[in-house]
Ligand binder design. Structure first.
Ligand code: ATP
Ligand code: LTN
Length: 332
């Protein structure tokens, strides 16, 4: 059996970027990859690289669990769990800190970006975060890790660390492969199409949250920044705004970009945006309805308990092996 591992931070409300770059892939793959075990988690330990309010964090963890299921994750096929409930993530995270070098961490684009935004001091785990992420993946001997484009660099580092550990201590970890979607791997902000759509953006007008009021979603699409000429054509370099909207349109309708360009060859931006807004809202509406039911149902905890127990079983055995390889404790 192969294994697939991925996670999302409960660092705010889930965005259309998170959905199209990550969650939608998980859903498609759970049907396709019948020879693969899935481990999908809520990366709450990663969320505390920046200060979090405890009530809000607790809420975001539950909310993310309900979103995963509302989007179609099947708890029969997927082990869904909360990262901090499987202690081995911390244990292997620390070991990975002894495998990675500081300059490798300092080179990470996400670290450099987030460091600039940090006003109240940079926590040491903002730097060491990729060591924990590597642990999340290597703990389960993942073959595949579906993520958005922005996480590819962390995946490369994970691969390097697996190879390094294996060569220093003997074959221990599988070297994982990233998987990014062909379209939708990097959805851009609707207000600044040069910037990634992100949960923690200070300007919410550029970000579509899956749980936004449907009218708000429509308005955000309609007021999205577009480019100076009026043609609806895909050209990321020269027309990043409309290209971003075309990508969203293409993924949610399943139509190719060229088909959509043809359909709208004689239309203006306003018509195109109004149609996209309608389609997107109809796409998101059932997700929101399922979300409300799931959030209030006892099923959520049962799913998370089962996911945690299955994950622990594998993670415990892996940590025993790693400790033994390193000479830690009294394991012979
Ligand atoms: P934060 O703002 O807290 O850094 P984020 O919105 O960047 O959060 P993450 O939790 O870091 O979200 O990412 C979860 C998953 O969603 C990752 O696989 C990531 O690559 C993907 N993802 C995030 N933003 C986008 C985006 N704009 N387009 C496509 N995929 C994305
Ligand atoms: N760092 C990722 C979330 C994440 C993750 C992982 C993704 C944490 N651990 C392991 C894939 C595999 C992010 O999107 N910020």
């Amino acid at each position: 059996m192969k294994r697939l591992v991925s996670g999302i931070q409960p660092s705010g409300s889930i965005t259309l970027g998170n959905y199209l770059g990550a969650i939608k892939q998980f859903i498609a793959l759970q049907e396709e990859l019948t020879d693969t075990e899935f481990f999908i988690f809520i990366a709450d330990l990663h969320a505390i690289t920046v200060t979090q309010d405890k009530t809000q964090l607790r809420k975001s963890i539950r909310s993310l669990a309900a979103i995963y299921l509302a989007c179609g994750l099947d708890p029969e096929k997927v082990n869904l769990f909360v990262q901090s409930e499987v202690i081995e993530h911390n244990q292997l995270g620390y070991i990975m800190e002894s495998t990675v070098y500081v300059p490798e961490l300092e080179r990470m684009t996400q670290y450099k970006d987030k460091k600039l935004k940090q006003q109240a001091g940079i926590k040491s785990n903002l730097l060491t975060y990729p060591a924990l992420m590597a642990a999340d993946i290597l703990l389960y001997d993942a073959d595949i890790v579906p993520v958005g484009e922005d996480q590819k660099q962390h995946l490369e580092l994970t691969r390097d660390l697996a190879i390094r550990f294996n060569s220093q201590h003997g074959d221990t970890f599988k070297v994982p492969e990233p998987l990014t979607p062909k379209i939708g791997g990097k959805i851009m902000s609707l207000q600044d199409p040069h910037k990634k759509m992100s949960k923690s953006d200070e300007n919410p007008k550029g970000v579509i949250f899956l749980l936004d009021d449907l009218n708000v979603i429509k308005n955000k699409i309609k007021s999205a920044v577009t480019d100076s000429d009026t043609r609806i054509v895909y050209d990321v370099e020269n027309k990043p705004g409309i290209s971003n909207l075309l990508s969203i349109y293409s993924i949610i309708t399943g139509q190719s970009i060229s088909e959509i360009e043809k359909t709208y060859a004689n239309s203006n931006y306003a018509e195109f945006k109004a149609n996209l807004a309608e389609k997107l809202v109809e796409y998101i509406r059932p997700i929101q309805e399922r979300y409300q039911t799931l959030l209030a149902s006892p099923e959520l905890d049962l799913v998370l308990d089962k996911g945690r127990d299955n994950a622990r079983h594998i993670a415990y055995r892996k940590i025993q092996k790693v400790y033994k390889r390193l000479g830690l404790g009294r394991i012979k």
